[in-house]
Design a protein around this ligand. Structure first.
Ligand SMILES: [Zn+2]
Length: 75
């Protein structure tokens, strides 16, 4: 089993920070330990990517996705 805790350079301050990867391919918000900014981590087919809120497309932004898929609270 691969660990979901990974280290990645923060897209804002470039300092390595620990992130917890989502268990699926839905993007999640994580907070940098250094600059405390919120950024997005999204799993890829291999590995993962970190991106700033500003550069993330809507489909990679948890809030934006929720709005687009909104209307149903069913799980
Ligand atoms: Zn940072």
């Amino acid at each position: 089993m691969t660990t979901l805790i990974q280290k990645t350079p923060c897209p804002y301050c470039k300092i390595k920070t620990s992130v917890e990867l989502p268990k699926n391919f839905a993007p999640v918000y994580v907070w940098c330990n250094s600059c405390k900014k919120k950024f997005i981590v999204e799993r890829l087919a291999e590995g993962f990517q970190a991106m700033t809120i500003e550069e993330a497309p809507c489909c990679s932004d948890p809030d934006c996705r929720e709005l687009e898929m909104g209307g149903s609270d069913e799980q």
